[in-house]
Write a protein that binds this ligand. Structure first.
Ligand code: TA6
Length: 301
């Protein structure tokens, strides 16, 4: 069997690509350059996609890896420098502007040891509503037995650009009540569910309720330990010292679009980011790259 294969397909209103390399399969949409799913053969999915996902132009798809840029979350909760980039921070949508807009596919290339897709969004040629700055956002996705995601922001203008961003990754888990996240020991975090109080985390993170935390000073290596599925998902990042940990649990799950009432049990968001103390200011011509590599390793009991 060929080591790599690419198929273009239309999912409702969205143009997507299904990409295989050896035993790994990825689905990605042109809108938002959004990874929708990623799976290794004979394995449960690694990247989670909602059973109720809707593929409509101008609307985000629930699951995968939405790209939150040029800000993360509620713009008014961002540092002032990021807010000041927007004409009306009080009416700006959550998670920036590019996740529901069409990006340009630069190319899909077969490599000796993998396959690589390049997408670009250029706000000089595709102006962003109420965010009047020239920047180029380049997403490179590479499959080589692991999944590598590189998000590069470049300031095309001649004045400084303050951004916050996140790879809003949804991971599939057997049961959120039985997984743990390793690597956060000693990290500070903002508890957004309790008035954004600053706290310190000790030990592994386990889940017993709605969780929506912004960790700061995060290390390059995090992992999700899933005993029931006997696997560890390794997450290795660079260019990011903050991460958001999110599970909506029962109540918030009822209020989410494209989200079944019990879907909270099978997903966990770990969102590698540049947020709060970790926002990035790009001077004229400067660029910043946020990288994430992910893979699984069998885990015995
Ligand atoms: O990253 C966590 C979060 O900000 C949650 O508070 C929740 O709103 C989630 O993102 C999903 O946001 P969305 O706009 O995609 O429904």
């Amino acid at each position: 069997m060929a080591r790599s294969h690419v198929e273009r397909l239309e999912l409702d209103e969205l143009t997507c690509w299904r990409v295989r390399y050896e035993a790994c399969e990825l689905l990605i949409s042109q809108q938002g350059a959004q990874i929708l799913s990623y799976q290794e053969d004979q394995q449960p999915p690694l990247i989670w996609l909602s059973d109720q996902a809707a593929y409509r132009r101008g609307h985000g798809v629930r699951g995968g890896v939405p790209i939150c840029w040029p800000w993360f979350g509620n713009l008014q909760r961002n540092p002032q420098a990021v807010q000041a980039m927007h004409r009306h921070p009080d009416t700006a949508p959550a998670h920036g502007l590019v996740r529901s807009l069409d990006w340009q596919l630069l190319g899909i290339d077969s490599l000796d040891d993998g396959i690589q897709l390049d997408f670009v969004f250029n706000s000089a040629t595709q102006p962003l509503a109420d965010w009047p700055h020239a920047a180029e956002l380049h997403l490179r996705v590479r499959l080589d037995g692991r999944l590598h995601i590189e998000l590069n922001s470049r300031n095309l203008g001649d004045t400084p650009l303050a951004i916050s961003q996140a790879l809003h990754s949804y991971f599939a888990v057997s049961d959120i009540r039985q997984v743990a996240v390793d690597g956060l020991h000693g990290c500070r975090y903002l508890e957004t569910l309790e008035d954004w109080q600053q706290r310190q985390h000790d030990g592994a993170l386990q889940f017993a309720g709605e969780t929506d935390r912004i960790y700061q000073g995060t290390p390059a290596q995090l992992s999700i330990l899933d005993r029931a599925w006997q696997r560890r998902i390794h997450l290795h990042s660079s260019g990011s010292n903050s991460a958001v940990l999110w599970n909506p649990w029962t109540d918030k799950a009822q209020r989410l679009s494209q989200f079944a009432a019990d879907a909270w049990q099978g997903m966990l968001c770990i969102e590698h980011a540049n947020v709060m103390d970790d926002i990035r200011v790009l001077h004229a011509g400067e660029q910043h790259r946020l990288d994430l590599s992910l893979w699984t390793e069998p885990f015995g009991h």
